[in-house]
Design a binder for this molecule. Structure first.
Ligand code: ADP
Ligand code: MG
Length: 397
């Protein structure tokens, strides 16, 4: 069922509570990567244009005890946001109480206010993270409507998403959450075909659910990265000193049987004796590993094969680098796939969060990919086909 979004809301004169994902990297008290702030701007600007009073809140980091609060205030985030919006953002350094309530009560149409890190409520019994009913109810009482735009926490049931939603009349998705639902949800539920997935990264164990689900949904699942070797060992090949999960060999066998021709493994690799940037490597095929060699990237033939397949696709979902892209030598496979995805004009290209998304942005491909997810764990769970509490809590249209 389609979800209600802010396009469907009349917020004129209303106090709109907006859960954003401003869990941004900080360095020396400053925001060091403002991607998540920029991603939230369309929703905030739209609510301002629609004459709402915008009350923003987010978590930042993990808080267990008083000492963890150090460096976790949202104040620098409010300042950064203010620069991007070109208007003041009033910051209230509390998560509840008279000062916060008075500040909200005195807001004018078009004003933006941000209150303190929602996880400051975790010190006293994990109220935020365990969705304490009193807290969700209290926060809901501060506004008229609730907008959830925090995809990064949508796989969690917290007071600041699900708790508020349960206690307020109207709940809509922000534009960012809408985008995540449209692209990730859309790819998994109703993709334009052919639909190909590329799954890489370090471990099979992190992505079992995603592989299982995409073997059902996709037309092909192309494997790369560290997880390749567990599949190869399961088939009886020598993999030398490559990354392997020996306790996942049976699972890998089962997935190979389930996947048949759908599950595509690399046929050649960059092989080296040392996990190091400066060591020599050679290209070797899947049946040609020496006992003292490890694979750190897909080889040229595999890249070419994968690129040729991807050119036929109408939908591509990618999660996890196909090599150790942190070393320039072994970034070629990942870069090559990025280049191909960037060149596909009529294909919906979707990058699941985490290291692969960060890599694509830092390598300058942000605008060439249809959708780069803002959620790591959330995008994995969504790709597994699970329903996410933060999305479920939004009203149906
Ligand atoms: P994502 O965050 O995109 O889901 P992961 O966290 O699963 O991806 O994996 C990313 C890591 O996988 C990177 O640090 C990369 O160096 C590593 N990796 C990729 N290929 C290999 C390989 N062949 N051997 C060891 N590590 C690898
Ligand atoms: Mg990762």
């Amino acid at each position: 069922m389609a979800k209600k979004t802010i396009r469907d809301l009349n917020v004129t004169g209303k106090t709109v509570l907006v859960r954003v994902d401003f869990n941004v990297p900080m360095k020396d008290g400053e925001v060091s990567d403002d991607n998540r702030i920029r991603q939230a701007l369309p929703t905030i600007n739209s609510l301002i244009e629609k004459n709402g009073k915008v009350v923003l809140f987010s978590h930042l980091g993990r808080i267990k005890e008083e000492a963890d609060k150090e460096g976790k205030s949202l104040k620098p985030v409010a300042e950064k946001l203010s620069e991007h919006l070109g208007r003041p953002v009033k910051f209230v350094p509390y998560t509840r109480g008279t000062e916060l309530e008075t500040a909200i009560a005195s807001m004018q149409v078009g004003d933006v206010l941000m209150f303190e890190n929602t996880r400051f409520e975790d010190i006293d019994g994990k109220k935020e993270s365990k969705n304490d009913p009193e807290l969700g109810k209290y926060w809901a009482s501060l506004g008229d409507v609730f907008v959830n735009d925090a995809f990064g926490t949508a796989h969690r049931e917290h007071a600041s998403n699900v708790g508020i939603a349960r206690n307020i009349d109207e709940v809509a998705a922000g534009l960012l959450l809408e985008k995540e639902i449209k692209f990730i949800g859309g790819a998994v539920e109703n993709p334009d075909r052919p639909f190909y997935a590329i799954l890489g990264g370090a471990k099979v164990s992190d992505k079992i659910g995603v592989i299982e689900n995409l073997l059902d949904k996709a037309d092909k699942v192309l494997i790369g990265g560290g997880m390749s070797y567990t599949f190869m060992k399961a088939q009886g090949y020598e993999i030398g000193t490559s990354l392997v999960e020996n306790d996942k060999l049976d699972l890998a066998k089962r997935l190979l049987e389930k996947g048949k021709d759908k599950l595509v493994l690399p046929v050649d690799f960059k092989l080296t004796k040392e996990f190091a940037e400066d060591a020599e490597y050679r290209l070797g095929r899947y049946d040609d590993f020496k006992p003292d060699e490890m694979g750190l990237d897909i080889g040229d033939e595999t890249l070419k094969r994968y690129q040729d397949m991807l050119k036929e696709a109408k939908t591509v979902v990618w999660n996890g680098p196909v090599g150790v892209f942190e070393f320039e030598k072994y970034a070629q496979g990942t870069l090559g796939i990025l280049e191909t995805l960037a060149s596909l004009k009529d294909t919906s290209t979707i990058l699941g969060g985490g290291d692969s998304a960060a890599a694509a942005i830092s390598l300058g491909y942000e605008d060439a990919i249809t959708h780069i997810s803002t959620g790591g764990g959330a995008s994995l769970e969504y790709l597994e086909g699970k329903s996410l509490p933060g999305i479920d809590a939004v009203d149906d249209k």
